[in-house]
Design a protein around this ligand. Structure first.
Ligand SMILES: Cc1ncc(COP(=O)(O)O)c(C=O)c1O
Length: 420
């Protein structure tokens, strides 16, 4: 099969002929307040002057609002989460030969920024209960070359940070938290992203909140790093300190501050995006409450089917149901996940999908020499995993639960049929 650059979307978003339940289009619908906030940035003020379009008061406000939301000392708006992770990799001082431990089960962007700086990625296994990075396996894989660990709160499930942090600190490792799917995900009331050294969030349109399709946030707690972020985020640009006799000499701004040994980047987020972000933050809690109620309904409806299982949540953890992944164990009947999906998608017309792929199986990482792995739990678990068509922005705004109930009914029918 030839590979083409254009992205194909096998999940088939929106209506797909032949299916009763399909994948949502996953595009945010904006409230009037959100539209007004963006339009304001596009509208001249009473003196006819245009508001600033980048790095102005809306960025400052959004960063303040976001820091308050997650309980972080510092927050920096960036143009996507991949680049928030790149900032984290830069501040971990990743150089060729360093090892970074990353769960094999995640989206590729959790690993790419570290590989890009020359790290060797060491794949950690998942914990069979939480489906996130296994703390014991993480510890087993630490070597003298290990520089950092990336904890991915994938699917909105919190990693076991209370176990991971002492291990990382004992070995002097940086801890990066990939919170792209974990807005409002907490452990004992503490927001994920604030346990480690760096937290990285996504506002891509498929996420809980968006800043016009793309966007991200980098958070940290360290004063010196926070001091250095703006320069690295924006091509090393910063104001000269103090007065100069001629303001244009030697140049309007300096490009060599705050960089130390690093090259700067341009990861800036525009003002209209920030204006929207501040308003979008207001609906995160209520949105997640709906998703949690839907999750409870699904678990209750399928509780008597031993073949189906759900992620376990660490004590004190708050799961935000970003994706709806389940596990099917049909081994007692000689059946597997593909048998289930053949029935569910074919006869029962629910366009279920399989989420993610162990990253070490992707040609990209294999070609980069990172195809080696020792992840027995993930390797077996992934082959039995599947997910409902799902949208963390809530695909049932009227709250009828019709689609939820239909999916549960059809899944039940398929599971029972496979028992023979
Ligand atoms: C777990 C995870 N990490 C990182 C990213 C990258 O986010 P962005 O698209 O904002 O770069 C995503 C996006 O889907 C993600 O799901």
């Amino acid at each position: 099969m030839s590979k083409v650059a254009k992205l194909s979307d096998p999940s088939g978003r929106g209506k797909v002929a032949g299916y009763d339940v399909t994948f949502p289009t996953m595009q945010h619908r904006y409230t009037q307040e959100e539209i007004d906030a963006v339009v304001k940035v596009m509208t001249p003020n009473d003196d006819g002057e245009m508001p600033g379009q980048t790095q102005g008061k809306y960025l400052e406000q959004f960063e303040k609002d976001f820091a308050a939301f997650v309980g972080s000392k510092y927050a920096f708006g960036v143009n996507n989460c991949t680049n928030a992770l790149k900032l984290a990799a830069i501040f971990c001082h990743i150089k060729p030969g360093d090892e970074v431990i990353i769960p094999g089960y995640t989206y590729c962007a959790s690993a790419i920024p570290f590989g890009d700086l020359g790290a060797k990625i060491v794949w950690a296994d998942i914990n069979p209960y939480t489906w996130t990075i296994d703390p014991d396996d993480f510890e087993r894989k630490i070597t003298p070359k290990t520089k950092a660990v990336v904890c991915v709160h994938l699917l909105g499930i919190p990693c076991d940070m209370k176990k991971i942090m002492p291990i990382a600190r004992k070995h002097g490792l940086y801890v990066v938290e990939d919170c792209a799917q974990a807005m409002d995900c907490t452990i004992d009331g503490q927001h994920v992203g604030t346990f480690g050294d760096f937290g990285c969030f996504s506002f891509h349109s498929a996420k809980t909140m968006t800043t016009l399709g793309e966007g991200g946030m980098f958070i940290c707690q360290d004063d010196q790093i926070a001091h250095n972020v703006p320069g690295i985020r924006h091509n090393g640009l910063c104001a000269y300190q103090g007065e100069r006799e001629r303001y244009w000499v030697p140049a309007m701004s300096c490009v060599d501050e705050f960089l130390e040994d690093r090259w700067p980047q341009n990861f800036c987020l525009g003002e209209a995006q920030c204006a929207l972000g501040s308003v979008q933050l207001k609906s995160v809690y209520s949105n997640n409450e709906i998703l949690r109620a839907q999750d409870a309904r699904i678990r209750a409806a399928l509780a008597d089917l031993p073949e189906i299982s759900f992620p376990g949540i660490v004590e004190g953890g708050r799961y935000v149901v970003h994706q709806y992944v389940m596990h099917y164990d049909g081994s007692a009947y000689g059946k597997n996940r593909n048998d289930l999906l053949d029935l569910l998608t074919g006869k029962y017309r629910v366009r279920a999908i399989v989420q993610y792929y162990p990253l070490y199986r992707f040609p990209l990482f294999q070609k980069k020499g990172m195809g080696a792995y020792d992840c027995p739990v993930l390797d077996k678990w992934w082959d039995d995993s599947f997910s409902f068509p799902w949208w963390c922005g809530v695909d049932d705004p009227e709250g009828t639960n019709e689609k939820i109930d239909l999916m549960c009914e059809r899944l039940r029918a398929a599971v029972l049929e496979l028992r023979g």
